[in-house]
Design a protein around this ligand. Structure first.
Ligand SMILES: Cc1cc2nc3c(=O)[nH]c(=O)nc-3n(C[C@H](O)[C@H](O)[C@H](O)COP(=O)(O)OP(=O)(O)OC[C@H]3O[C@@H](n4cnc5c(N)ncnc54)[C@H](O)[C@@H]3O)c2cc1C
Length: 229
């Protein structure tokens, strides 16, 4: 359940340029603040009422010392302010949580489908699995326009460490939609309990349709819709 109307001060600890188009902002962790992998956060920049998307998934895991969000650079006033944030800058968390049960279940085989920066909540989930040396099964299908997959070094290390984790990196530029549909449909099997999809709304809709056509039950599909893209 989301925690609405909270007012938690945040201080930027670090900014990390992941690649030309993506930035990670790391915040000092507020005392006793806890969250679950798959949660999102609503941000505000004090003193400024800026138009733009303010909701971001935590890309850090609950067990990592700091909080992090990862986003695609943009043009809205809010995005520009986020892009210009420097260590020491203050922000506020006005809500955080999870809407549609977007959390991995124990002893359940999962397929995680990310488009672009949609990989952020899955980084959080897989980092958490690595922290506990989890033997759960998770198959990440990471779709990206280019070869510039976010967090690839870490993801590769975690998939080596965790026997149940498999990652397929899929470059979508120039790919025929039939081929893309085949890759997604092939992930559907009776052994899978839940499908998680994160990315832009249009991608989520299209992916849901392919999974259901291939036999997935609608109730087994969980979505994290990055509205605004
Ligand atoms: C639950 C949830 C979780 C989310 N998690 C994340 C997350 O982890 N990371 C994340 O990045 N977003 C996430 N989002 C989306 C985020 O909230 C914003 O909506 C999104 O980043 C777009 O930001 P913006 O509207 O401020 O505008 P911008 O990023 O400035 O984009 C506005 C519009 O302009 C387009 N645009 C941007 N740059 C260009 C350009 N150079 N040329 C032409 N068009 C351009 C964009 O495609 C978009 O349509 C999440 C949203 C939700 C609801």
């Amino acid at each position: 359940m989301p925690h609405q109307n909270v007012d938690i001060p945040l201080v930027v600890a670090e900014r990390r340029q992941e690649n030309a188009d993506h930035l990670t902002l790391v915040f000092q962790r507020p005392p006793r603040f806890g969250f679950e992998a798959g949660d999102w956060v609503d941000l505000e920049i004090p003193g400024q009422d800026l138009a733009g998307g303010k909701t971001y998934s935590f890309s850090s895991s609950p067990g990592e010392p700091d909080l992090a969000i990862t986003f695609k650079v943009g043009q809205s006033p809010f995005k520009r302010a986020l892009q210009e944030a420097q260590p020491g800058d203050a922000m506020r968390m006005t809500a955080y949580g999870n809407d549609y049960d977007f959390q991995l279940r124990q002893h359940r085989s999962s397929v995680l489908i990310a488009a672009g920066v949609g990989v952020a909540p899955f980084r959080s989930m897989i980092a958490e699995m690595a922290e506990s040396d989890s033997s759960e099964e998770a198959h990440l299908i990471y779709l990206n326009r280019t070869e510039e997959f976010l967090f690839r070094t870490e993801l590769d290390a975690w998939s080596k460490q965790l026997p149940g984790v498999r990652i397929d990196y899929v470059v979508t530029a120039g790919m025929k939609s039939k081929e893309r549909r085949r890759i997604l449909a092939d992930s559907v099997s009776d052994a899978v309990h839940h499908y998680y999809i994160a990315g832009p709304p249009a991608m989520i809709e299209a992916t849901e349709a392919v999974l259901m056509e291939a036999g997935a039950d609608h109730d087994d599909i969980r979505i994290d819709s990055f509205d605004g893209y």
